[in-house]
Write a protein that binds this ligand. Structure first.
Ligand SMILES: Nc1ncnc2c1ncn2[C@@H]1O[C@H](COP(=O)(O)OP(=O)(O)O)[C@@H](O)[C@H]1O
Ligand SMILES: [Mg+2]
Length: 248
């Protein structure tokens, strides 16, 4: 479904993603693991088109800071030059790190905004109901300002907004970051529900432990470079992975 080939992303002379190959097959949950600054956000933002968007924005001001090379294929189509919204229309939807929400808007208004590219309001309404079924705690918070919700609730809203955009490939940047174990469990359960909807998931995390049992395959990156990849079983059987990424 997604094929990233020999991807390199430079900020100025600094290499944030180094000759990276990664693929995601339809129906999978795939994890990208790496420490802080490993290049996870750059990678996922590049797939979503945000890095290209930033490059264009800087170019308009005369900047030449960002370089992106390599192939980005989605359903066998070259998406490397598409804007973020064109990628959303293709079904690639990103939920950014640290659960960004519109703090002054109510929970339901946030969810509705997730569907801003969809004209059919009945379809949006249906998707919002689906989000409430995946995240039951949000049902009671429909009219609460998102800024007053807890971090975990905001993560549910942020993932919910992405779901309302009807992704084929959902990109989640550190969805468990900063959440309590109870909230992590809710998000992990939601991933299982999301998979049943035939949504493919590519997610990043710094700490593999809470999510590893729920992924099909994983990629481990350090300093933008892929150092290991494999199925969940292969990674969990690997002593190096266990000591470096499970803290055991
Ligand atoms: N907009 C940017 N401009 C310049 N350097 C950046 C920018 N975003 C990230 N970087 C650098 O790229 C590297 C990878 O960062 P990032 O992709 O955010 O990693 P992670 O998400 O794994 O923490 C880091 O060295 C970071 O400082
Ligand atoms: Mg990051």
């Amino acid at each position: 479904m997604l094929d990233i080939k020999s991807l390199m992303v430079f900020y100025e002379n600094a290499l944030a993603v180094n000759n990276l190959n990664l693929d995601v097959r339809k129906g999978e949950i795939v994890g990208v693991f790496g420490s802080n600054s490993a290049g996870k956000t750059t990678l996922i933002n590049t797939i979503a088109g945000l890095t290209l968007h930033l490059k264009w924005r800087e170019q308009r001001k005369g900047g030449q800071r960002i370089t992106i090379v390599g192939a980005q294929l989605f359903e066998d189509e070259d998406i490397g030059k598409l804007s973020p919204s064109e990628r959303v229309k293709k079904g690639i939807v990103l939920c950014r790190e640290r659960h960004p929400v519109f703090r002054d808007l109510a929970v339901e208004e946030n969810l509705r905004l997730g569907g801003f590219l969809i004209k059919n309001q009945a379809k949006v309404k249906k998707s919002i109901d689906l989000v409430y079924s995946i995240f039951p705690p949000l049902t009671k918070l429909k009219t609460r300002k998102a800024g007053l919700c807890s971090g975990g609730e905001q993560e549910m809203i942020a993932i919910g907004m992405a779901l309302v955009a009807r992704p084929k490939l959902l990109l989640l940047d550190e969805p468990l970051l900063g959440l309590s174990p109870a909230m992590q469990a809710i998000v992990v359960q939601a991933l299982k529900d999301i998979r049943k909807l035939e949504v493919t998931v590519l997610l990043t995390e710094q700490y593999a432990r809470p999510i590893m049992p729920h992924i099909d395959r994983g990629f481990i990156i350090e300093n933008g470079t892929l150092i290991m990849s494999g199925t969940q079983e292969e990674l969990m059987d690997n002593p190096e992975v266990i000591s470096a990424y499970f803290g055991m």
